[in-house]
Design a protein around this ligand. Structure first.
Ligand SMILES: [Zn+2]
Ligand SMILES: [Zn+2]
Length: 371
């Protein structure tokens, strides 16, 4: 339950502290029938928060962790402790990333439970898992060559291709669709599905008005910025536009006094402040990137205005995806141009006449714009 002394930081309030590191698998009760469990992960983002919701004679769980032996052992512990031998009757995944869906197939198989997900997340996940074991396709290599990768960087990408599916237990063959703004009942209470886009195609957050809780997945995170990237499957996508629109919409339709339960870092109050911070940070990045493009540059030349740290081989893929997301957003706003040279490399440059333009206020709709 809510501890007495909350921690305040930059307009956000963290009832359990900002840098809390709960013992792995040690459940913390958030509200009646709502438990927070943290699962460790062996990577730089070293944990994920999962949510256990008491649901009649069983449990609804939200997100599942990577398909790792250690995570399965933690689940086993939970089955015997807080879950008191009651079965999982429903597995909800906020979105398709491996830390969220990794064990969805294992849990649904074990309990004969249904997987509930939005349709785009389920289908996209199955499609991407199908890449595991295949060599990187030529279009993907062309995409990274266009971004400015050299031979060595392309070889590194090829070596990692297909990793997505390696941490995911096979997904079930069928699922129950979660649709935007639909209401589902969990443990006798209404939870509303809030779809957002940009971090992943059709991310489902869950809002419970009675408990004033928002299970935000990766759509809204404190301390870290949700990754918004362009990938070779949709080179001209504008996920940053979608992310900005979704964030403005969430701010519009959800009240500010909810306790946000994010998939990473700690629960917090201050939903609107956090959305404003994230929107403003992206707008700042767009302005710096525009200024940086006073001469033709490739995507790989655009890291300095966007990242304070040096981009090494390990973070190159993520940095490239995020950079192209910002470039595509400026292209969509017609602030910059793109020209492909004879070697297939893209060069971006600002349209100086648009220098004084204000940031375009994100429209409330998530429909893609005509270009
Ligand atoms: Zn994610
Ligand atoms: Zn995540």
């Amino acid at each position: 339950m809510l501890p007495d002394v909350p921690e305040l930081y930059k307009g956000l309030t963290y009832p359990w502290g900002r840098a809390i590191n709960p013992a792995p698998g040690q459940p913390e009760q958030i509200a009646e029938g709502v438990y927070w469990v943290r699962f460790p992960m062996p990577m730089s983002l070293d944990h994920i928060n999962l949510w256990l919701l008491a649901d009649g004679d069983g449990w609804t769980v939200v997100d599942t962790c990577l398909n790792l032996d250690s995570a399965r052992q933690l689940w086993e512990q939970l089955f015997g402790s807080v879950m008191a031998g009651r079965p999982i009757t429903r597995v909800i995944c906020t979105h398709m990333h491996p830390d969220h869906v990794g064990l969805a197939g294992w849990l649904t198989e074990r309990f004969g439970a249904e997987l509930w997900m939005s349709r785009e997340e389920f289908l996209m996940c199955r499609a991407m898992v199908g890449d595991t074991g295949r060599p990187a396709p030529e279009v993907a290599l062309r995409f990274y060559r266009a971004a400015g990768y050299d031979k060595e960087q392309l070889a590194f990408y090829q070596g990692k291709f297909g990793n997505f599916g390696r941490a995911i237990y096979p997904l079930p063959e069928s699922f129950r669709r979660l649709a935007d703004l639909e209401t589902i009942t969990i443990g006798g209470r209404y939870w509303q599905v809030i779809v957002g886009s940009g971090h992943s195609p059709e991310h489902a957050a869950l809002y419970c008005p009675a408990l004033k809780l928002l299970i935000s997945g990766d759509q809204v995170l404190p301390r870290i910025t949700p990754n918004v990237s362009v990938f070779p499957t949709e080179p001209s996508g504008d996920p940053l536009h979608e992310w900005l629109s979704s964030s403005a919409r969430i701010r519009e339709i959800l009240p500010d006094d909810v306790l946000v339960l994010p998939a990473h870092e700690a629960p917090f109050y201050g939903l609107h402040v956090r959305l404003n911070q994230l929107i403003e940070a992206h707008n700042r990045d767009l302005r710096s990137l525009f200024d940086h493009l006073d001469q033709p540059r490739r995507a790989v030349d655009c890291f300095p205005p966007l990242f304070s740290r040096e981009i090494g081989q390990d973070s190159l893929g993520l940095a490239t995806g995020e950079t192209i997301a910002h470039l595509n957003c400026l292209l969509g706003r017609r602030r910059i141009t793109r020209r492909r040279d004879a070697r297939g490399v893209d060069w971006y440059q600002q349209i100086p006449e648009t220098a004084g333009f204000d940031d375009e206020p994100p429209p409330a709709s998530r429909e893609p714009r005509a270009t």
